[in-house]
Design a protein around this ligand. Structure first.
Ligand SMILES: Cc1ncc(COP(=O)(O)O)c(C=O)c1O
Length: 463
């Protein structure tokens, strides 16, 4: 079947295929889709990114709801971030011992809930930052294990693959390394046994965490910490009640476990509050940060902790060579400054409200939509009655969106996820959502149009 992705994109995809891990990804997906009687999925490669848009190699203007995997709070290629990043590179090149670390730590400390997490360890990626925070918790408590959650995603390192729990394939080959992680249950709201309400399931999640695990799986005094995403993003855009995070905090206090919030994706305004834990009024003991702090330009991540956890914890080492680069620190500082100066949080809240109103009746209007879930600009639309049909439908909607010039995410989950920039123009958000609705309408009439389930993630090109 004719591929619609355009000749320049196709040529580069083909050149890349033999060069990268999973480089055959697109080819396999396209072949499988056609074998199943569907179209080859669309793909794009970016030629240029600016503000609320990306422009692909075919010259198409595309509304950006993909947002560099939710790393870009201020829109693509923000000129002020670019300027400070380039200035830092010109001035310091790369050296660890540069002066920007201190003002970044000071500025971040001011944002921390209750100003209770004043010490930092900087890292390059969210993956490293999660691993480093877990290590700090293990060293601080002298205990050996942690609790993470089903459907969570914390990164692609050896440790974070073992900690994450969104796909059983993730563990294959790593079985010998397992042992330090027990999984709690996250209160998802669909797929519950018949007759079980959300409130009952949430109560069950608490019981499982506080009673079942310590009694049947791991002694309480060998559990250092509970590691939780305040909303599950990669694992399917599950947004818990504030009461869930409050309950986790209370259980951690009763059991003498540390609470580590992984705010790599939810932090710095993504959910409409600066940190997502603020929706629940909860202060964790450690908080992992990343993504948005890059200002969409230069990697920056790390974790914050209570003074006593990081102040005197000699075994909890961290920080790889490029952790907290001058350019990354400059990007983070400027990002924090612009968010405060331009009252970006209010704009993001307004955008969140627009999205909520626009999407509110989609589940009632379209049979294929199972649920719309959003918190601020952490937005997701669930599809289908079961996982398999849902993934096919979600990928088809994402595909139809791309054909209409809107770029969104759909990985393994039966969801299309949207991460507009916090500064997106309201009319661009509305136009993107209108095209998304057209895509949903089209797929609800035609049925699935691409069919590469269950092979591989579909979020980006295969290299
Ligand atoms: C909640 C969460 N933690 C950690 C990570 C890993 O961050 P990175 O990809 O920067 O290593 C991600 C990435 O998506 C994430 O969503």
């Amino acid at each position: 079947m004719q591929n619609d992705i355009g000749p320049t994109t196709q040529t580069l995809l083909e050149r890349g295929m033999p060069r990268f891990r999973g480089g055959q990804g697109y080819a396999i997906r396209a072949k499988k889709s056609v074998e199943l009687g569907f179209k080859p999925p669309m793909q794009l490669i970016i030629d240029r990114a600016e503000g609320d848009f990306v422009y692909d190699l075919e010259g198409r203007e595309i509304i950006d709801f993909q947002n560099g995997w939710a790393t870009n709070p201020l829109g693509n290629c923000h000129p002020e971030i670019l300027e400070v990043v380039q200035a830092a590179q010109r001035r310091y090149g790369f050296h660890w011992e540069h002066p920007l670390r201190v003002p970044v730590a000071e500025a971040l400390a001011e944002t921390m809930p209750g100003r209770a997490l004043p010490r930092f360890s900087f890292e390059v990626s969210g993956t490293e930052a999660v691993e480093s925070a877990v290590h700090a918790a293990l060293c601080h408590t002298g205990r050996r294990t942690i609790i993470a959650f089903a459907s969570s995603f914390h990164g692609e390192g050896l440790g974070t693959k073992l900690i994450s729990a969104y796909n059983s394939d993730n563990y294959v080959g790593l079985e010998a390394w397992w042992g330090g992680v027990t999984l709690g249950l996250f209160p998802v709201s669909i797929g519950l046994p018949p007759g079980v309400s959300h409130a009952q399931y949430q109560a069950h999640c608490f019981w499982y965490l506080e009673h079942y695990i310590p009694q049947q799986v791991m002694a309480s005094d060998n559990i250092a910490a509970v590691l939780i995403e305040p909303a599950l993003a990669e694992g399917g855009n599950w947004i818990p009640d504030p009461a869930f995070l409050q309950g986790i905090r209370a259980i951690c206090d009763r059991q003498d476990w540390l609470m580590i919030a992984d705010e790599v994706l939810t932090g710095v305004g993504r959910t409409g509050r600066f940190w997502a834990v603020e929706h629940a009024g909860v202060t964790p003991d450690l908080m992992v940060v990343g993504k948005h702090l890059s200002g969409g330009i230069e990697a920056f991540a790390g974790f914050a902790a209570r003074d006593d956890i990081l102040g005197d914890n000699p075994r909890a080492t961290g920080g790889s060579t490029f952790a907290g680069t001058p350019a990354g620190c400059a990007a983070a500082l400027k990002t924090l400054e612009i968010i405060a100066r331009d009252d970006v949080m209010s704009h993001a809240q307004t955008l969140g409200e627009i999205a909520e109103v626009t999407m509110s009746d989609w589940a009632a209007q379209y049979d294929i939509v199972s649920e719309v879930r959003g918190l601020g600009l952490l937005l997701g639309v669930g599809f289908g009655e079961d996982e398999e049909t849902g993934v096919l439908l979600a990928r088809s909607v994402r595909d139809e969106m791309l054909r209409r010039g809107v770029w969104a995410l759909c990985d393994f989950e039966p969801q299309v996820r949207l991460y507009p920039a916090l500064t997106m123009a309201p009319e661009v958000l509305k136009a993107g959502l209108a095209r998304m609705e057209e895509a949903i309408d089209s797929v609800s009439r035609s049925g699935p149009t691409v069919g590469d389930y269950p092979a591989m993630p579909n979020g980006n090109v295969g290299f």
